[in-house]
Ligand binder design. Structure first.
Ligand SMILES: NC(=O)c1ccc[n+]([C@@H]2O[C@H](COP(=O)([O-])OP(=O)(O)OC[C@H]3O[C@@H](n4cnc5c(N)ncnc54)[C@H](O)[C@@H]3O)[C@@H](O)[C@H]2O)c1
Length: 342
């Protein structure tokens, strides 16, 4: 590999700005090409971020034939993720792509197989993992400070008026947002999904064309139960975008409001009907905690490629979060519990 990591950016719409900003501050990454089906969008991004000498193209395959690249960054739309990823992997590039991994489980499996066949890394952006409170919570839960987890409850309620494609998208909450929340649940609990029962609906007065609310009950490994209640059509008293959480262990409970407030209690002593509680100290952030959203994920991916190790959000693991989304949709359609498989 050359001294600099040579990268192609595919998909130059809204999100590409959240990538190219931090990349422009990383001296060891060189954007060698920008690709978008709309050529003007690629040219605009080159201008916005003062990227000189980069090839501008509309088709990844032909761009790959013209420039040497080590990695492809995929910020295209969900329906294009698999084609972009498989094309890049077959050309010998490693890929870091936007969530969700794919628009179906079959397509997600195609990408995983292509990565394995090419001996290349394919990882997915799950920026909500790279949050300071998430890292502190994960450490506290895995240290068994409240015992072994038995129950995780999560609420996500935001009145979001996007006014774009999301207003007309099927399964908008589950596909576009809950992929983050389900991935957070897997990371925090350390458990894998087993089965789910889900109900999806569009509440009266909704400004969405399709279901913008959902309630799902997941059975996770080790008998853990994870409940999710969410809506993008709920005005007033909004939760954080990270959701509002309760983790119940065999000895005590932790809560997180999704912002800065993490609290934990154990019983002080067993007495009477309910025991008087005592507060537990919450772990502080450590220097080695990987935090910082997109910036930290892009950094970790490039370092992993250079050092030949697996990044945290490698596709073979991330596909489990996607499987939770598609199983929840399947359960809602069938109106019965279904297994979560990947
Ligand atoms: N991680 C996050 O927090 C977060 C937030 C918002 C969006 N996203 C994800 O980022 C991705 C992009 O979203 P966006 O909001 O930038 O969408 P967008 O519509 O603004 O941009 C997508 C761009 O991809 C281009 N494109 C489509 N198909 C292509 C193809 N085959 N090859 C090359 N270019 C192609 C489009 O022309 C467009 O310019 C989506 O997967 C979305 O879910 C992630």
């Amino acid at each position: 590999m050359a001294k600099n990591t040579r990268a192609i950016m595919v998909g130059c719409g809204g999100m590409s700005g959240a990538w190219l900003g931090p990349i422009s501050g990383m001296d060891d990454i060189e954007i060698v090409a920008l690709v978008d089906v709309v050529e003007k969008a690629a040219r605009q991004r080159a201008e916005d971020f003062n990227i000189k000498d980069a090839l501008i193209g509309t088709k990844l395959k032909s761009v790959l034939a013209q420039v040497e690249a080590d990695v492809v960054f995929d910020c295209s739309i969900p329906e294009a993720h698999t084609d972009v990823t498989v094309t890049a992997l077959r050309a010998g590039c490693h890929v870091l792509g936007e969530k969700p991994m794919a628009d179906s489980m079959a397509n997600a499996r195609r990408s995983v197989r292509a990565a394995e066949k090419a001996y290349r890394i394919y990882a997915v952006i799950q920026n909500r993992r790279y949050d300071e409170s998430m890292r502190r919570l994960r450490r506290m839960i895995s240290s068994k400070a409240v015992g072994a987890l038995t129950t995780v409850n999560c609420d996500f309620y935001i009145g979001a008026h996007f006014g774009g494609f999301r207003d007309h998208m099927q399964h908008v909450l589950l596909l576009d947002m809950a992929i983050h929340t389900f991935d957070q649940a897997r990371m925090l609990s350390g458990a894998d999904p087993v089965s789910v029962y889900c109900r999806e609906w569009n509440p009266a007065g909704s400004w969405y064309d399709h279901d913008a609310s959902a309630i799902a009950i997941f059975e996770m490994s080790d008998g853990l139960v994870f409940t999710y209640r969410g809506s993008w059509c709920a005005e007033g008293l909004n939760t954080s975008w990270e959701s509002d959480w309760r983790f119940i262990g065999t000895r005590g409970t932790i809560t997180w409001d999704g912002d800065g407030s993490i609290r934990a209690q154990l019983p002080q002593k067993r007495a009477g009907l309910t025991s008087p509680p005592r507060d537990l100290a919450i772990p502080q952030m450590r220097k080695r905690d990987r935090v910082g959203g997109h910036t930290a994920l892009i950094r970790e991916f490039v370092d992993s490629v250079r050092q030949g190790r697996k990044p945290e959000t490698v596709c073979t693991d991330n596909i489990k979060s996607l499987a939770m989304v598609f199983a929840a949709i399947d359960s809602a359609r069938k109106n019965r519990p279904v297994a979560v498989t990947w």
